[in-house]
Design a protein around this ligand. Structure first.
Ligand code: UDP
Ligand code: MG
Length: 330
């Protein structure tokens, strides 16, 4: 019998957990051909998420959890989940029930047909501001223009991943993670399905505009090197324009003489160029920052505790990255 892990990153989700489990149980009751476990990654919640999970695990024996040592963010929490997931396939699900678990059924259907990555694309999103929707649409359009890799806009983390994909994703151990880009990058056979996103069942979204901005920048800088290269083109265009302008000014002075005028143009030119230079420096800083963080080679997360009995009898996968590199040196 094949085993499926439902991977649920959870950060301050105490309110929604009982409803989530009830709904999951109902869905899974209709899928008798598989065994399941619910792997919660408690991402350093400051509320009673972990306690609630422990209480609920008396009622639902499918619950397993790992408790991260602090809040690492959803991207890293998912990596932790991939590391510990046992299933022949893993379904990544948000805790807040915005993604209807009923779709797991259809995902399994396509998985059985031989697809490795069945991802759900959201058609609408209830209870979300127009502005947020527009921003995310424009952002994905922009990102697609800047990279040769195929980007799957609106495809979130709600997806079923075959063991092959999980093993691939486990090898991508960047600290600054942008998992949405990784799904595309690893390849494998993909299948798209549409769903309607609901509004949160309880609690509040953890994304602030500032963290969305950070994710957007992370996305761009980990996807594409266009922002790094574009400045040489802009520089060429601006230099050419100022050269033409200079020639024109010289000609004009030779023909008509000069007065002290031109001060505003000068100032404008200096400020404009100054701005461009600062932006390009900032862009390089973004990339350099990423290089710096990655060269430290820190493990992406730490685990404080985990559920006593893993659902399957084997031991959880140990993270042995240090050892691997040492062996390579010998
Ligand atoms: N999440 C997490 N760590 C964080 C922020 C969020 O594990 O630092 C989890 C959260 O518990 C939820 C999922 O990621 O299960 C999506 O978060 P949220 O619903 O707040 O994001 P949104 O749906 O608004 O994009
Ligand atoms: Mg949500």
């Amino acid at each position: 019998m094949k085993h499926l892990t439902i991977l649920i990153p959870a950060y301050n989700e105490e309110d929604v957990l009982p409803a989530l489990l009830e709904r999951l149980e109902r869905v899974i009751a209709f899928i008798p051909k598989y065994t399941f476990d619910y792997l919660f990654v408690n991402d350093g919640s400051t509320d009673r998420t972990l306690e609630v999970l422990k209480e609920l695990s008396h009622q639902y024996d499918k619950i397993r959890y790992i408790d991260l040592s602090r809040n690492f963010g959803k991207e890293t929490a998912m990596l932790a989940g991939f590391d510990y997931a046992k299933g022949d396939a893993v379904v990544v699900l948000d805790a807040d029930l915005q993604q209807p678990p009923e779709f797991i059924h259809e995902m399994i259907h396509w998985w059985e047909k031989g697809y490795d990555d069945v991802y759900a694309v959201r058609a609408t999103r209830e209870g979300e501001s127009r502005l947020k929707e527009w921003t995310s649409k424009t952002y994905y359009k922009l990102i697609q223009k800047m990279t040769a890799d195929k980007v799957y806009p609106l495809a979130g983390d709600f997806r079923l991943l075959d063991r092959k994909c999980i093993e691939a994703l486990k090898q991508l151990r960047e600290n600054e993670r942008y998992t949405k880009g990784m799904y595309g990058w690893i390849g494998f056979r993909k299948k798209e399905m549409t769903y309607h996103a609901d509004s949160r069942a309880a609690g509040e979204t953890k994304w602030k505009w500032s963290s969305l901005f950070k994710l957007a920048v992370d996305g761009l800088t980990s996807y594409s090197t266009v922002p790094l290269k574009i400045w040489s083109y802009i520089g060429i265009v601006i230099s050419f324009m100022s050269f033409v302008f200079l020639a024109y000014e010289i000609g004009k002075t030779l023909l008509y003489g000069t007065d002290v005028a031109g001060y505003p143009t000068l100032l404008a030119a200096i400020l404009f160029l100054g701005g461009i230079q600062l932006i390009s420096l900032g862009v390089m800083g973004e990339y350099l920052g990423r290089v710096f963080i990655e060269t430290k080679g820190r493990p992406p997360y730490f685990i404080r505790e985990q559920s006593e009995e893993p659902v399957m009898s084997e031991k959880p996968i140990e993270l042995d990255r240090k050892k691997d590199t040492l062996d390579d040196v010998d």
